[in-house]
Write a protein that binds this ligand. Sequence first.
Ligand code: GTP
Length: 166
Amino acid sequence: GLVKTKVGLLIVGLSNSGKSTIVARLTKEPVEDVAPTVGFAVETTKMEGLSVTMFDMSGNQKYFTLWQHYYKDTTAIMFVLDAADPHRFAEADAVLQELLKADQLKRVPLLFMCNKMDLVSAAQPADVAAALHLPASSARAFQLQSCSALHGSGIREGMQWLLGQV
Ligand code: GTP
């Protein structure tokens, strides 16, 4: 069959959730240098023998309208949540539901990153699953992954699963 060698990875979530820090982990750049993303940032890296182009979208609400321009090139989605910021779970859920409505993303696998698990205040994955409307894995390939972009834990595991789905 056709072997896919190129992956378009859409990385979305609210501001301050840790998207760019995850990208820095994946591209082996210093995670200390990460600043809020203005608009978006595109970077390509090799992972698991695949060429992965990452569309790191700003989580600032004024840039949400930019996201849709990348849907046509998206073959995998990573949604990042700050698990230590439960006051924004409802807002994150609303953004996630809106994203998953897009026709172009209907069959696209979704990796949901419960980030900042190094913080003692972080909600457990089960609590996150109860607070948000996460898709049933029968509806689309879906995985909930705990991670800490700061410590670099959980990111490889999540990406291995996601790249196995495309
Ligand atoms: P926007 O560009 O505003 O959309 O933000 P972003 O989602 O790209 O977040 P970014 O990677 O800039 O991280 C926001 C802040 O959270 C930074 O101060 C990071 O150092 C911090 N951060 C990211 N990941 C973690 C984590 O796993 N644990 C902790 N404790 N802090 C983290």
